[in-house]
Design a protein around this ligand. Sequence first.
Ligand SMILES: *[C@@H]1O[C@H](CO)[C@@H](O)[C@H](O)[C@H]1NC(C)=O
Ligand SMILES: *[C@@H]1O[C@H](CO)[C@@H](O)[C@H](O)[C@H]1NC(C)=O
Ligand SMILES: *[C@@H]1O[C@H](CO)[C@@H](O)[C@H](O)[C@H]1NC(C)=O
Ligand SMILES: *[C@@H]1O[C@H](CO)[C@@H](O)[C@H](O)[C@H]1NC(C)=O
Length: 710
Amino acid sequence: MKILFCIVLLLVVKGAIIVTCPKSGYGCVTYGANTIIQTTRTNSLCRNGYYWNNQACMPCKNADIVVGGYYTCSAYYEGTSLTCISGYTLINGVCVQIPLGCTAYGLNQNSDAYVCTACTSDYTLKAGVCINNRYCSSWDDNAVCTSCQTGYFLNWDLKFASISANLNNQSDWINTWQTYYKFPGESFCSVCSQTMANCKSCNSAYTCSQCNDGYYWQQSISSTQLTSSNAQFAGSCVSCLTSGNCSTCQGSSCTQCKTGYYPTKDTTNTVILSCNLCPNGCLTCTSSTFCNDCYASFYKYTDNLCYPLNKCASINTQLTTIPTTPKCSSCIAGYALDPSGTGICYQCGNCDSCTIPSGQQTASLQTSCTTCWDTYYGIKDTNGIVTCKPCTQASDSFLRCQGPVENSSLTGVVPTQCQDGYYLYTLPASGTTQAQVVCVPSNQTQQCVTIVATSATQYTCATCTTQTKLYTNSQCLACDAGLTNTLPQGCTACTGSPTNSIACSACAVNYYFSTGTTTTCTACDVNCLQCAAGPTCTKCAITYYVSGGGCTQCGVANCATCNAQTPSSCQVCLDGYFLSSINTGTVTTSYCLKCPFECATCSAPGQVCNSCISGYVLQNGGCVTLSSANCAEGYTASTLTNQQNPTTQNGCAICKYGFYNFEKRCLQSVQPYAGAVYVPKNIGIGSNPGVSNYETIMYSIFLIIMLLGY
Ligand SMILES: *[C@@H]1O[C@H](CO)[C@@H](O)[C@H](O)[C@H]1NC(C)=O
Ligand SMILES: *[C@@H]1O[C@H](CO)[C@@H](O)[C@H](O)[C@H]1NC(C)=O
Ligand SMILES: *[C@@H]1O[C@H](CO)[C@@H](O)[C@H](O)[C@H]1NC(C)=O
Ligand SMILES: *[C@@H]1O[C@H](CO)[C@@H](O)[C@H](O)[C@H]1NC(C)=O
């Protein structure tokens, strides 16, 4: 018996628990409880991609495998809708990662390339691509920067010397711009402060138009003639207070200090001599002893200074005599105020909110929880004080639970959700024994979704996974030789029940059904795809032909189809081979010769591919990889082994982000650093990806694959 157990890898990554189940999903039952403690108490919480079936968390389709998202479902290993996680968006039924700087991502108008239709503020949309502004604030028609953001200047020195390049030639563009932009991140906009310290905005490398707050422009006293190499001598931004922290200058004198600093003035009380840091906790002040206002976690005491609030949400001014140990009139979350009027806040234990019951204070003052944390339950002592304990302290198998504190109709602690590997079950009342909620260990050798009790201690499976059926001994089995070898090979349908043994009721096409004392499925001959009792073959595998109720190999090597009349003359060659024949006057001999690698089909004399194998696209009669063709999706080639999706299309169907589709080839849309636009004006970029026919078709195909696969 092939043991179908769940291999569970528990990895704790940033507080999230990742469970890796076998790809098929078989054997992965009762895993996926969300054990991360929630801020609010929630019962029966399952992780993303799992659903609660009232007994345990069960996986949806491809739980933990889907890239960038997860399915939601209400039945085992099914998926009703795909939800994409942050940073991903749903396109053609899959979660696709959104490129940097892009806020709306999808297919373009023609549905032949991925484009962005909106960008974040530090990116600019050009030809469907979000390119980093790189401090540029306006662009011309070719997306060449024409003005820079504040603090940057348009650096003409960086523009390429001669516009000799043929602007209609993409290779020329790439070469020119690549020589120009030696380093990624460079742009026409250079930062003012790089050449002029403390310059806020400038028109060129050495002409500051505005200095930073607290600085003024001081013309150079140098008499040296100004040249490009000594241009910096024109002047510099100088602090109007040598000690710094001034915010406004008038000429070379400071008239106002930065926020959080107070001025020291001269004897005439007009000139600011220095700007000094306000006392601790002060937002603004007028002197070292007078705060106007305080930071959020501070309060202003009667001495006009700011002190930490500690655990107080508000201060009891009557009680507070020592400013460094404030007395509270209310507490911050997670703390309770002593009702006896001490103004002290006490920390709650294992709960978000608590009280201090009046009249219950003892030497060791105790808080009483009002609501326990998730996965905790409350215990009330004789004084009515509620403390919270983890549910695992009531039982190892409990994950979430309730006790008399949470639910007055209870007398003990009962689970509301069990740990992974257990089912939640309510044993019905029997005789004098009351109904009881228990956690029952799940049976990993079974494909069991829900269980039912047969006695107070015995459980059997009630429902199986969709891939299996419930049979004798309440086992969940599948009529699939790959899943279990306890069933006859070749069975496609079985009959049976918890009290009857399994019997074949239908056979696979390459098996024939025979009834006698027992019904069996007997395999057809090797190479026979379909046979009747006898057995007589009615359909042979590829490279074979039907002859005398059996299958005989075609006379020509690598021949896919031939007929019984002329078995030495091939009609169709295998994928990757082309038909060639030599006529010697009386006899025609055919050969199947090999196509170049990566060709799914080719025609004589074999050098030209007609279609490519999966992962390749046809370009100029040859096959190149999808990625080297900058293609996200190619067309599926029509071949012998892939006749479900016949198509005459070749080349790229959908281009990668940053590329546009030109006659099924993917060409770069913009130069990523400069943002120079390559895309011809007649290629639709689309303002809104919307839902096109192509998307609908792709999504339908996706749905069909889903339905066939599961
Ligand atoms: C484009 O430029 C490249 C490189 O400079 C050159 O080899 C090619 O012939 C040019 N193509 C056209 C159509 O001008
Ligand atoms: C501003 O004041 C702080 C604190 O007094 C000091 O450390 C800092 O150096 C001052 N800034 C400048 C630019 O001098
Ligand atoms: C309280 O417990 C009773 C008895 O077990 C149960 O029927 C009821 O649903 C519980 N109430 C809540 C709010 O959980
Ligand atoms: C688990 O399976 C074994 C053998 O299939 C069976 O004996 C046992 O009773 C099962 N346990 C439960 C809890 O279903």
